[in-house]
Design a protein around this ligand. Sequence first.
Ligand SMILES: *Cc1c(COP(=O)(O)O)cnc(C)c1O
Length: 431
Amino acid sequence: MSYEAFKDNTLGFTTRQLHAGYNPSEHFKAKAVPIYQTAAFELGDYERCLRLFKYEEEGDSYVRFSNPTNRVLEKRISSLEGGSAAVSLASGMAAISDTFLTLAKSGDNIVSVPTLYGGTTTLLQKTLSQYGIEGRFIEDPDDVQSYSKYIDDRTKALYIEALGNPGMNVLDVDAITDLAHSYGVPVVIDNTFATPYLFRPFEHGVDIACYSATKYLSGHGVNIAGIVTESGKFNFRNGRFPQFDEFYEEFKDWIDAETLEKEIFTKRLRITYLTDLGAHMSPQTAFYVLQGMETLSLRMDRHVSNAQKLAEFLDSHEKVTEVLYPGLKSSPYYELAKKYFPKGPGAIMSIRVKGGRDAALKVLEKVRIFDYMTNVGDAKSLIVHPESSTHFGHSAEENAKAGVYPDSLRLSVGIEDIDDLIRDIDQALSD
Ligand SMILES: *Cc1c(COP(=O)(O)O)cnc(C)c1O
């Protein structure tokens, strides 16, 4: 008998989420992926040491750089994504910040849509600017042609989230990647809200996908984790990125040229930023993420079906003035959602409650199954008042642009029995 499911990328998504990237024969035939709880690995002899560092042999030296448990996770997500390489990191923010640092240096800029996860907005607006990297925010993300205005010679990435936070606006990703590539600029997506099950970034021309694996990939709210994946198709040596040319020159006498150029983004992120800044994911965490990913497609199907039913219920509720969910026919993003999210546009939605902020806050007090938390993407249902938490400290004007109002609530719909969720929200909305 020969078990080969670990390397067969023609298998279906659900089969690969259980098998891809892990060959038990290389790990004492342990069926679950072992946690390699060690800080470092024996190099063996001088020749092997060189083979490891030259990328001629798969293996590990020091865990800040790589670890066999994490490598399984990286291979698995690459397989699910249809990408060529991945790096696991300590958090979603580590994944996003190391990606920006790999692409841009002082004097460069990153052009971004404004409807982002709050932490990323702050990173681009306030933190990276202290190091000379400018975050430029597009005024109207629905007007793709207008993106050109923000791109210049020093633009190193166009950064998007296909499902905007928290208004759940859907972007026309094909048009965006066409536009960016016409300038030689790569497109980076934060695909956390959708996961590779609901949205396929690389099939729409995206070059790099970042994840907060804290959310749906882990699925159960048990750890903080991040992943970056690379399509392997973008040419980072197109003249726009001198740091990649320098990196190539630095290592070309040591590493085979073809190997070095392959997945050069991932290599440079790992060799430079993962190593120097040290935000590696622990193997224990990699195990939890792998465990969660084994049921990703099943959970996402259930999340989406619950979200659709709840959105339809709330859409006709007398205490709800607006439901922002692109699975509703009333959503201006319904057609785009059908195109880009054939399995359903995620399970996060925003509602506006009749009666203003006080009425919204009362819902938070009264919910009994939904829990009042800033997190999303847990198997359990969560609810939050964005204005006073995720978007705390932003001006009313900024908030309105992101679809956040005093009477807004954001729901992350879990996988509980839908009748219970509907009943819970209904009683919380009642007087
Ligand atoms: C949570 C989240 C992040 C940040 O991830 P952490 O794992 O908390 O660092 C980034 N983007 C999105 C869309 C998120 O939901």
